[in-house]
Design a protein around this ligand. Structure first.
Ligand code: HEM
Length: 158
């Protein structure tokens, strides 16, 4: 019961993160491109600022819930006397998941800060450059997230 609940929270947080990246990349940004930079850059900065707060919370939840599930299964397996061999798809999820988190750290604490500075200085070309960089890393994270989903849902070698 507790495991199912924690797994649901894990998945909800994943949905917020991946769904938000999909929306920002494929819907919000292309639509905002119709606006002049003086409107588009502050709009994107405000929208991304809200989204990144939700991502930070989601990452906390994904990390804690994922770690708890690993601990739970490992402890229960040890109790039976058997060794705990982490399934390959879980290992892939953990390694790629942590990679996504590090990339988010770069987006949030380097690129988004650059965007905020550009908005404060009303430097729209610099803001546009920061947005292009953010878009590239978001696309990479979205692709990694899709690979994780593929690996965990299809399993490996089945
Ligand atoms: C620190 C990073 C992560 C850890 C330690 C972790 C760990 C786990 C564990 C232990 C499970 C339970 C698997 C089961 O009971 O079958 C799980 C489920 C799942 N995780 Fe993660 N996870 C992490 C990050 C992610 C990320 C970033 C994604 C997606 C982009 C993701 C997607 C999923 C999905 C879709 C499931 C459900 C799999 C199923 O029921 O077959 N996880 N995770």
């Amino acid at each position: 019961m507790a495991y199912a609940l924690v797994k649901t929270l894990h998945l909800l947080a994943v949905v917020v993160w991946l769904g938000g990246m999909f929306f920002a990349h494929f819907c919000l940004r292309p639509a905002a491109m119709a606006l002049p930079p003086a409107q588009r850059v502050p709009l994107m900065a405000a929208a991304l600022g809200r989204f990144f707060r939700a991502v930070a919370a989601s990452i906390g939840l994904i990390f804690v819930s994922g770690g708890w599930m690993l601990w739970h299964v490992a402890t229960n397996t040890h109790r039976t006397g058997a060794p705990f061999n982490m399934p390959l798809e879980w290992l892939v999820m953990t390694v790629l998941g942590v990679t996504m988190m590090l990339i988010f750290g770069h987006i949030r604490f380097a690129l988004y800060k650059r965007l905020q500075r550009a908005v404060a200085a009303q430097d729209w070309p610099a803001g546009g450059e920061a947005l292009v960089a953010i878009r590239g890393w978001v696309a990479i994270n979205l692709a990694i997230g899709a690979v994780i989903l593929l690996v965990v849902t299809m399993g490996t070698g089945n």
